[in-house]
Every structure is written in structure tokens, then in C-alpha cells.
Design a protein around this ligand. Sequence first.
Ligand code: GLA
Length: 411
Amino acid sequence: MAMAPSVFAFPRLVCIFLFFIAIVTAGAAPVSNLGQREEIKRKLMDNGIGLTPQMGWNTWNHFHCDVDEKLIRETADAMVSTGLSKVGYEYINIDDCWAELNRDSMGNLVPKASTFPSGIRALADYVHKKGLKFGLYSNAGTTTCSQSMPGSLGYEEQDAKTFALWGVDYLKYDNCDNSGTSPRERFPKMSKALLETGRPIFFSLCEWGEEDPATWAPGLGNSWRTTDDIVDSWGSMATRADLNDKWASYAGPGGWNDPDMLEVGNGGMTTEEYRSHFSIWALIKAPLLIGCDIRSMDNATFEILSNKEVIDVNQDKLGVQGKKVKKDGELEVWAGPLSGNRVAVILWNRGPIKAELTVFWSDIGLSSSTIVDVRNLWKHKTETSVQGKISAEVESHGCEMYVLSPSGVRH
Ligand code: GLA
């Protein structure tokens, strides 16, 4: 089996040594050395938010430009009535196409009268009254990607003030119509302008991974896209997971890699594929931004999006992005450390037929004698006192997801 070069590939003796050191220094039996994440000097955006990946909903993947205030209100209602807000989803975000093509005579952005007649402030108030947060979209160029509304280039301070005045809690900032100039010149202006408003506004950079934003965006925003746009297909989703993987060490509390929003529930993948999509996004600490119509989602979609045990992996306070740790053809193991000396593991069958997958403790940095309790996050069952490995039969394009905890310790 070919192993990804990583901390997980340590020879056994080194693992045993680290295990011993960890016991001595932490005073408790750790599950693994995975908690010793690479020391990256991260200069973070100083807005105090995004300590765990953002959770919420966004218009784009399902509705594109077909958006209006009724949709936003009904979605905010559904977020609460379905119980999705209770498991952590909080942002209701409007993407492109919410404004008139022209600014007003004072240079202000104008909500599109035909679709947002009550204005954005009223909509934000509505969302806030439901106990949720409100997000909006703009672009670091002259017009947005839809070309139906202005971008904020040259208007950063004015627009940031408008957003703060309207009660915006989240800004997704896109990269179209930029005359070929670097996002590294254009994005800092909005970052600074948002900070200067004094309102904590989650800043989501969307320059599609073009200039390796993981290396410079942590100081500017709370998340940064690492890839171009996802589409609702197995291939697109799996490719985005792979592209995002190489930036794992740059993510952490306050700033996250963003392989794009969820397609769960949009109809282009099977239930198994959507379960894999959601499991991997959770493990890799990706934003969990729902992209389907939650007013009419089916039970299978709800069951996936509301799996609190999977969400808890994503929202774990340690905030370390899980990675692909082993690959044998199309059979993969992804894993990452969690708080409390726990480890999250996914057995992911990307192949065309059902197959048996195994994770050995050595794949995830555990000594072979370590005994753990294994919680299956989709079957909601715990197996106690497991040693050495876990094996499972996994459906084609499906996965099993586990949390391994030190045996006998309650979480
Ligand atoms: C770009 C972004 C998408 C979406 C559209 C809107 O393609 O990457 O996520 O915001 O623009 O036009």
C-alpha cells in the first residue's frame, strides 16, 4: 500500500516514543500523536470569529440567480423549524444577484427592487429575529461573476460600512472582472474595511485557490476557497477533496480551507455519495454551508445534514484539518486528531464495487497495542476495547466514519 507522506507514516518505534512522551507530558493516555499538528506560524484575521468552521446555508448551488426575499425568509424559517439551527447551522447567506446593476447617485449599492423590495436591512432583521446570522456577497472586481450587479473594487470602505449598517454578519468576496490583477492586492482592502466597521463580520475569500490563498489569506479572512466551483457530481466533489488536502496544515481556529459549498440534497449524487461528501467535509474542517432547498429536502438529505456526531467532528475545538493518510488504488483512509486524545477516521471506498477497507493503528499514528472505543458515526454504535485495526465492508462510493477514544473515557 502506498502511504501519503505525513506524520501518520512515522515508523513504529517513533510512534511508541511519541506515545510515551505524550503520556508523560499530558498525564493522560493519548489515543495518538495526531494532536501534534505541524507548527505553522499563522497570522490570523483579528476579528475573533470563525473559531470553528462556518455552518449555514447559501443560495448559489441550488438557486443561482433565482433568488428573492421570500426565499430567504422561508429558508430562515425552515432552518429553525426543521431543527437544523439546533445542530449548528447559523448563517443564511445570499450569494450573487441581489443588487441592481447600477449604484445610486451617492455610489451606494442598491438592493434589486424587483426581488428584494423590502431592502436588505429588513431581511437581515428578519433572519436575526429567528436567532440566525445573515450573510451577503460581493466581489473584488468591477462587476460580480453574474455580471448583474456591481463589485466592490474601489468602493471597499463604502460597501463595508453599508454591510455593517444593514446588519451583515458574513461576507463572501468573489474574484471576477478584476483586469488580471492579483487578489493579493484587492482582497486586503475589503478585509481592512470590514475590520474598521467594528462589526464582527466573517470574511470568506473566494479567489478559487488561484494564488494559493492558504499561504496568505489567514491574515485576511476566516476562510478561503482552495478550488474552483464545485458542481453536483461525484467526480467534482471528490476532486475538490483532493485539491484541498494539500493545504491541510494551514487551517485552524480562525481560518479554514474552503473546498466549496455542499451539494448534499441537490440530486446529482446518490445517498452514499452525499454521505461521503458530508463525512469528508466534516473531517477536513471545511465550511458546512448547505446548498440545497431545505424547505423541501427529503428524509435522506435531512438525515445526512443533521448528523450531529459528524457535525461534532467538524466543530471540534482542536480545529485540526483531517487528511488522506493512506491510499490503495481507490480505497482510502482519511483521518485527523480531535480534542480529548481522540481520532476521527473515514474509510472511503472511491471504487466501483463494494470492498473491504482496513485502517491499521500504524496508519494513524497509534501504537499497535493501543486499546480504544470505536464509535461508528453513521450507525450510531460503539464497539469497546478495540485493538490494532478496524475493518469494514464499504459500499461503492460510500464510507464509514468513526471516532476512536481512549478506552473507558467518556466524552
Ligand atoms: C463564482 C463563485 C461561486 C458563486 C458565483 C456567483 O463562480 O466561485 O461560488 O459565488 O461566482 O456568480
